[in-house]
Write a protein that binds this ligand. Structure first.
Ligand code: ADP
Ligand code: MG
Length: 626
């Protein structure tokens, strides 16, 4: 048989390799920024058009390349940064694979201009899909400019796979932030579609964080510094009260390289234990300096994960350093947190003889004498004479009638047909409590501050209060958004909220939809949002939480073709505002919720498609008592 194995032509091999290195425009941004840093630049300019789909350009004032190097830089495995495998353990540069430029050139139109300081003129090279189109002499300032146009022009499937501009831009911003945070001693500029989004001057680490995330960040930062033999830690953690629902502001830099590490993240989380509200995450900006010999950054092609020789020690040091800082800045409970200082006896008082306080008692008082026993349920029913269930227009059985949906169990059998579900009268049970002091009219009970239980004709109904309320609010918001009408509640004083630039961008994109839910904005600047009105029923104190949740949801949602901002907004607001598990509800509140749930179009599921209620028939109960 003939031999069948062939070597792939270079341009095909490059295209395949490119898939590894370049997943999206943000990957190009990362590679080009890192090359500029490795070239020793002082000022780095990033220019983006159409979220990088049309143009990603990085201009630096670094050392530039010679004529031969300029040409060679596009060859695969061409690098000036390592010479042998040994160098891998002494890395001081970002790059070392020599793959990035070759990969990018395989799938885009690339224009390189570069000049070394001592040369009079520089070189320009144009490459399209790995083919050199031109290479000429050019007059250009010292340094290098790489312009990447029409990314994935020859891989349409990839190009179509790219997400919306908002999402791609978000990824680009993330990369930009990571690199800019890791190098505060360099000046970074970012132009997006012709306008200057960031101009970060040379500064210290704290100022760099503030310049990126907004001036309000300054007061949130707690310094962390620890110098040990194996590890030097410097940087900041965010005060617990500013913890966010998003994991956005969490940065580890190991030897000036941004890394992700779930393990080290856990170390921080455990240092914050007991200080954070549920569902929030501490922010941190931490530089870890370690001996390059003790890490291996070679395990992932896009290089955000690294391997440490001794992770356990790092974990312990990091955790204690953060704990120490939180304690030192009076943030953590240092001694006994639960102790009430009012109960402490002062030193001078210890010597005084203490008399027992006199207590006066009304011995004739009999709590059972005249007072009738009252229950909380008074508000929902007219008076004590109501001993039996009186149907009112709000009764849920009538609401069931409209609900055609049936609950199906795993075997596709219909368990309950809601059109037949009817409420049981309470009369029979009332006879068990013929003490007419006790009201017997209510049909709902709350258990564990989580479920609302009620009787129905066929048995019982158990409703998850958080999910049910989310459904109710979701449909309300969605309705407002669709009919573009909402009632707003004017605030006495405008509310000023501070966000990072990119968060403000998300809010401005959703501004119109937010207004249809009842929000009113008077001003949106680069870092602040001023609110003059909120949806009716939304407490002012909740506003920032709602917006933060929304930003986090927009970030985490993988927006695709059927992505709808209105839907996401309604879901997110419902999630923030719904009464949570753990909240005690009065009888009338329970009833109101159940009424509203069964007035919904789709009462069976929460906006996230989770079951809102279950039913259990008397038959099923009977079986349990066999
Ligand atoms: P790597 O960075 O892994 O070495 P790249 O493909 O990114 O691989 O770059 C190849 C080579 O091109 C680099 O090793 C460097 O010598 C040169 N180079 C790339 N970008 C620049 C730049 N902005 N300034 C100077 N030299 C550069
Ligand atoms: Mg590189």
């Amino acid at each position: 048989m003939a031999d069948i194995i062939q070597l792939l032509p270079d341009h095909v091999a490059n295209q395949i390799a490119a898939g590894e290195v370049v997943q999206r425009p943000a990957s190009v941004v990362k590679e080009l920024l890192e090359n500029a840093i490795d070239a020793g630049a002082n000022t780095i300019k990033l220019i983006i058009k159409d979220a990088g789909k049309t143009l990603v350009q990085v201009i630096d004032d670094g050392k530039g390349m010679s004529t031969t190097d300029a040409r060679l830089s596009f060859e695969r495995h061409a690098t000036s940064k390592i010479k042998s495998a040994d160098d891998l353990f002494q890395l001081n540069t970002k790059g070392f694979r020599g793959e990035a430029l070759a990969s990018i050139a395989a799938i885009a139109h690339v224009e390189l201009k570069t000049k070394q300081e001592t040369d009079d003129v520089g070189n320009t090279i144009q490459i399209e899909g790995s083919k050199v189109v031109t290479q000429e002499i050019v007059v250009t300032p010292k340094g290098t400019s790489v312009a990447v146009k029409n990314l994935f022009f020859n891989i349409p499937a990839r190009r179509n796979f790219l997400k919306s501009d908002a999402v791609e831009l978000r990824h680009i911003m993330d990369e930009f932030h990571r690199v800019a945070l890791a190098h505060p001693s360099m000046n970074f500029l970012f132009y997006n579609n012709g306008s200057e989004t960031f101009n970060l001057p040379v500064s210290n680490f704290r100022q760099r964080i503030v310049n990126i995330f907004g001036s309000k960040t300054n007061e949130k930062l707690v310094p962390v510094n620890e110098d040990t033999e194996v590890l030097k830690i410097s940087g900041f953690v965010g005060k617990p009260e500013f913890a966010k629902k998003t994991r956005g502001e969490q940065y580890f830099f190991v030897n000036n390289r941004f890394i992700k590490s779930a393990y080290l993240n856990h170390a921080i989380a455990s240092a914050f234990e007991g200080l954070l509200k549920n569902g929030t995450h501490a922010s941190y900006f931490l530089n870890l300096d370690v001996d390059p010999q003790t890490i291996d950054i070679n395990i992932h092609p896009t290089k955000t994960e690294i391997k440490f020789d001794d992770e356990h020690t790092l974990y312990a040091i990091l955790r204690s350093a953060v704990k120490h800082s939180l304690g030192q800045f009076n943030i953590a409970p240092v001694l006994d947190f639960d102790r009430d200082p009012n109960l402490d006896t002062s030193y001078t008082q210890q010597k005084i003889n203490i008399k027992a306080p006199q207590i006066e008692v009304d011995r004739s008082f009999n709590p059972f004498k005249n007072e009738p026993i009252k229950t909380e349920s008074k508000s929902s029913f007219s008076g004590r004479q109501t001993t039996s269930f009186k149907p009112t227009p709000n009764n849920w059985d009538s609401l069931y009638v409209g609900v055609a949906s049936k609950e199906i169990n795993n075997n596709n059998e219909t368990l309950v047909d809601f059109s037949e579900v009817q409420f049981e009268s309470e009369e029979q049970t009332a006879s068990m409590f013929d003490n007419d002091e006790v009201e017997q009219a209510n049909t709902t009970y709350q258990i564990h501050n989580k479920y609302i239980v009620s009787t129905i004709k066929s048995g019982m109904l158990v409703i998850d209060q958080y999910r049910a309320h989310q459904r109710v609010l979701y449909e309300d918001f969605l309705k407002n958004l669709t009919i573009k009408e909402a009632t707003s509640q004017q605030l006495l004083f405008p509310l000023q909220l501070h966000f990072s630039k990119q968060d403000v961008e998300i809010i401005s994109q959703l501004k119109e939809d937010l207004e249809f839910t009842g929000f009113l904005f008077s001003e949106i600047t680069k870092e602040t949002v001023e609110i003059t009105g909120v949806p009716v029923g939304v407490p002012e104190s909740e506003v920032s939480i709602i917006l933060e949740q929304l930003i986090s949801d927009v970030e985490n949602e993988v927006p695709d073709s059927n992505f709808s901002a209105a839907d996401l907004l309604a879901k997110s607001m419902a999630k923030s505002l719904a009464i949570k598990t753990g909240q005690a509800l009065k009888k009338d509140e329970q009833e109101h919720l159940v009424n509203k749930l069964f007035a919904c179009k789709e009462p069976n599921v929460s906006p996230a498609n989770k079951t809102t209620f279950i039913t259990m028939s008397v038959d099923e109960l009977d079986k349990k008592f066999i």
